[in-house]
Design a protein around this ligand. Sequence first.
Ligand code: UD1
Ligand code: CA
Length: 481
Amino acid sequence: MSANRPAAVVVLAAGEGTRMKSKTPKVLHEIAGRSLVGHVVSAARELEPEHLVVVVGHAREQVKGHLEEHYAGTRTAVQEEQNGTGHAVRMALEELGRAPEGTVVVVCGDTPLLSGETLRALAGTHAADGNAVTVLTAEVPDSTGYGRIVRDASGAVTEIVEHKDASEAQRAIREINSGVFAFDGQLLADGLGKVRTDNSQGEEYLTDVLSILREAGHRVGASVAADHREILGINNRVQLAEARSLLNRRLVERAMLAGVTVVDPASVFVDVTVTFEPDAVILPGTQLLGVTHIGEDAEVGPNTRLKDTTVGRGARVDNTVADSAVIGDSASVGPFAYLRPGTNLGAKSKAGTYVEMKNATVGEGTKVPHLSYVGDATIGEYTNIGAASVFVNYDGEAKHHTTIGSHCRTGSDNMFVAPITIGDGAYTAAGSVITKDVPAGSLAVARGQQRNIEGWVARKRPGSAAAQAAQAASEDSAGES
Ligand code: UD1
Ligand code: CA
């Protein structure tokens, strides 16, 4: 357990986020497979707080529903009107019933890059220095819009001044308030009771608690973030994209340091829930989403999108889209394959070029090399499905299953009209429409007989190029004999 385990973490997420210009509440926008508030809640959980309270307001039902679905154990406090960050924290403390004894950490719901590590460091400094409040600050290239950290001649923090309330001289300050704080819970509650609203926005500023506590003689401290980009708050979609690219870089680097070769980190996108084994190779233009796992020595890409998909050791997945599929060890997929939910490819199997599969179990060593649709099927081991075959699974009302045994050889251009079963070791002729079960070891032929009508071209297309070519061919063969 964390030594500086806080009594509570409060996540502020009641704001509307108008600058996103979106029907989706700001904190529910996603990067790397997780909502903005989800990233913050995940980092907060690393502190193992006794209580984790998210303050919701705008679109509260949606945000609450999202938290209940994905982050069980988080509590929500409702802030009816957004009267400022201080007011929001007050609502959270009311939800808790009484001021917590111990540390209360406050974070904003729109800072998805904030790491658990930085939060732990803040809580550590706060405890070690015996502060009433410790603010996480950062030196930023452009401090426009942020609250400025005002220090006295000795370097001690005296107050935080909001951009809108700042003087010309204060606006020149590059050190800003990240919006992340560690407070003594009791003193926080006392301080919040004294916050006034005589500022340019007529709001209760959480930032004022710092100067209130300092004036009352309590210790106030600041912890400067090592990397200012970590506290990037998202207000619009430009910042959303910036955060996505920073977070993605972090995730790709983590994979590379764990032994994964990523040929072009800038064109590879990885969700936070993706896992890798060493010596996997990721080629350019690849998106790995959801709960995707890439096995040792597997090679994925280029131009591939895998969602909730498991790629076995040594598998090769080229120019492929897959969703909820399992790709066995040393299997080969693509180029240009589409694996839909429920596809389960055995070891050393193949789903080749222009092959679509859905709800299909393909046994070890079985190959579907070219131009085929395999839907609702079970295929045994070491079977070969001929090119351009279709598993005809839909009769217009219901889906039906096809079962094909092991060591079968089905001809090219077959239609398997389900429900149907083909026994082990069976063959089917090219161009067959298979509508009846095929017993093990049989050859099924289901196609029209070929008929050649000799001299048809000369009679029906006299003088044409085809007729002349046919004439020349017959003279050649006459000459040869
Ligand atoms: C706030 C800080 C500012 C800091 C900046 C960092 C205050 C007064 N200002 O400014 O010093 O540099 O964050 O990004 O604290 N929220 C609520 N309820 C409210 C108001 C806000 O839940 O009534 C939430 C918002 O949803 C958001 C967070 O608090 O997640 C910050 O609010 P925002 O309006 O973005 O504050 P800033 O003006 O950016
Ligand atoms: Ca903000």
